[in-house]
Ligand binder design. Structure first.
Ligand SMILES: NC(=O)C1=CN([C@@H]2O[C@H](COP(=O)(O)OP(=O)(O)OC[C@H]3O[C@@H](n4cnc5c(N)ncnc54)[C@H](OP(=O)(O)O)[C@@H]3O)[C@@H](O)[C@H]2O)C=CC1
Ligand SMILES: O=C(O)C1=N[C@H](C(=O)O)C[C@H](O)C1
Length: 281
């Protein structure tokens, strides 16, 4: 316990919060779960977070109250819950990992403001495979920029039926990065689904399609369609542990950096955590 990172999980009773609690407890060398925050009316309030996550008790109950002695916070909650979490972290100088998607523009600005005083990792996907695929998508886009006949890029995302936001934060990030690599004039248009008499597809659009099916923990397919052939870049989670493990890696990185020293205040992403910030685009 003495050398472990004291972790509070925000949204601890949710699908992702439970997996973060479970993986943190398994990795007892690095983490101790000291806080498991959820809203006051959650039916699991008062129950041990480990029990809720399907593992042995971790000696931290699901609670709306923040414990006093916390090293770092990992958030997997909802956009409506994030403001309170960020305010708490700023007030208590706690480093923060934000994984919640569907944030408004003003919430993104609040994160940037908060990052002036605390270190924050914020990313729509904590998965190694997804972040690597984002870099690959940028490279493919650049390589095909001048292909004869042009290339049409569409982003398909599939998630479980319970997901509250669409398209996924990850799909939007893929689109943002691909848009930068397209470097189009006129500027890239982001087209969400198609219906009716849409007319021919233009060269400077990126299409997004959100599929909601069963218990899919997250899958993204980037289609690069040319005249005569196509590339499909597919990245799919088998379960939620890729995201939970990524969030814990981000927390460890904020606390210990590359050289054992805590990271200074700033807004970081998973490319920073994974050492891919300068990867060729
Ligand atoms: N960046 C990444 O790698 C990933 C990001 N995500 C994102 O993480 C978020 C959570 O996903 P998921 O775990 O599936 O969702 P869940 O709905 O299962 O979990 C969210 C939890 O937060 C709780 N909550 C609601 N309001 C508050 C509040 N005011 N304070 C504290 N907790 C609150 C919810 O309670 P209740 O159920 O009662 O609403 C629930 O327990 C989503 O935005 C999702 O898109 C998901 C996976 C990976
Ligand atoms: O809600 C989810 O489940 C997921 N949300 C994230 C997103 O919106 O990109 C990441 C992952 O795909 C799972």
């Amino acid at each position: 316990m003495s050398n472990t990172i004291k972790l509070a999980v925000h949204g601890a009773a949710g699908r992702m919060g439970q997996r973060v609690v479970a993986l943190a407890a398994e990795d007892g060398e690095n983490f101790t779960v000291v806080g498991a925050i959820d809203h006051a009316h959650h039916p699991k309030v008062g129950q041990d977070a480990g029990t809720v996550a399907g593992i042995a008790p971790v000696d931290a109950s699901i609670s709306p109250d923040w414990p006093s002695d916390v090293d770092i916070v990992i958030d997997f909650s909802l956009p409506e819950a994030i403001d309170g979490c960020v305010a708490h972290c700023v007030a208590h100088a706690s480093p923060l990992v934000v994984a919640t998607t569907g944030l408004s523009e003003s919430q993104k600005q609040s994160l940037a403001n908060a990052a002036q005083s605390i270190p924050i990792v914020w990313a729509p996907s904590m998965s190694l495979a997804v972040n690597l695929s984002m870099r690959m998508a940028q490279q493919i886009t650049s390589a095909l920029r001048d292909v004869a006949g042009g290339v049409d890029i569409e982003i398909l995302e599939r998630h479980h039926r319970f997901k509250a936001d669409a398209p996924s934060g990850t799909a939007l990030k893929f689109g943002e990065l691909i848009g930068e690599a397209m470097d189009e004039a006129p500027p890239v248009m982001h087209v969400h689904g198609r219906e009716g008499h849409t007319g021919q597809r233009t060269r400077n659009e990126i299409g997004y399609h959100a599929i909601r099916v069963g218990d899919n923990p997250g899958e993204h397919t980037i289609v690069f369609g040319m005249l005569g052939e196509r590339i499909e870049l597919n990245v799919a989670a088998s379960n939620r542990d890729c995201y939970a493990a990524g969030a814990l890696a981000a927390a460890k990185w904020l606390m210990r950096g590359q050289d054992g020293k805590p990271m200074p205040a700033g807004l970081y992403n998973m490319f920073d955590v994974l050492g891919m910030a300068d990867a060729a685009k």
